[in-house]
Write a protein that binds this ligand. Structure first.
Ligand code: SF4
Length: 176
């Protein structure tokens, strides 16, 4: 089974090969994290400052020559269904972990999965300061945390980047 078929089987509607050079960390995106409107700055292991500097993000991304862009959508009330949004993010996260497994089974072990949105495997990320992440093997950072302008990225692919009140679409990728 090829990767697109495997993704489709998981309910991942978009699976597009791309050059990771398209992923360019931008200072203005990192500055949004510093503004901390989402409340995750310093409170989430997969967000700044824990994910390293912008330069480190560039170095990490530069270690890969191939990528697949992945998207998963769910019908829900995108303004009010907060638990549904979290659940759909976790669903996407688990699907991406399954995609990673697909690559490993193909003999590709140098890979990096980037999620859509911050890791939501736990209800509260940093519960106690100093306590380590309980799932380091499953936690994944996001394109946004790597300072990628995801809306502009979707534009480059000609993909819909509008907000819809009746559905959520998560975007992530696997680099290898
Ligand atoms: S697995 Fe839990 S503690 Fe670890 S980064 Fe994700 S939400 Fe945070």
């Amino acid at each position: 089974m090829d990767i697109s078929d495997f993704a489709r089987q998981l309910g991942i509607e978009t699976c597009l090969e791309f050059d990771p050079e398209l992923l360019v960390p931008e200072q203005w995106i990192r500055d949004l994290c510093l503004e901390n409107k989402c409340g995750n700055y310093g409170k989430h292991y997969m967000c700044p400052p824990y994910v390293g500097s912008l330069e480190e993000s560039k170095e990490q991304l530069g270690m890969f020559r191939h990528g697949v862009l992945l998207q998963y959508s769910k019908t829900l009330d995108a303004r009010n269904d907060h638990e549904g949004l979290r659940q759909s993010r976790v669903e996407f996260h688990n699907k991406i972990l399954e995609m990673e497994e697909y690559f490993r089974n193909e003999g590709i072990t140098h890979l990096w999965a980037l999620m859509g949105g911050s890791c939501a495997l736990c209800n509260v990320c940093i519960d106690e300061p100093g306590e380590p992440c309980p799932h380091p093997d499953k936690a994944r950072t996001s394109l946004e945390a790597m300072a990628i302008d995801v809306l502009a990225l979707l534009d480059k692919f000609g993909l819909d980047n509008n907000f819809h009140i009746d559905k959520v679409t998560w975007t992530g990728c696997i680099l290898y």
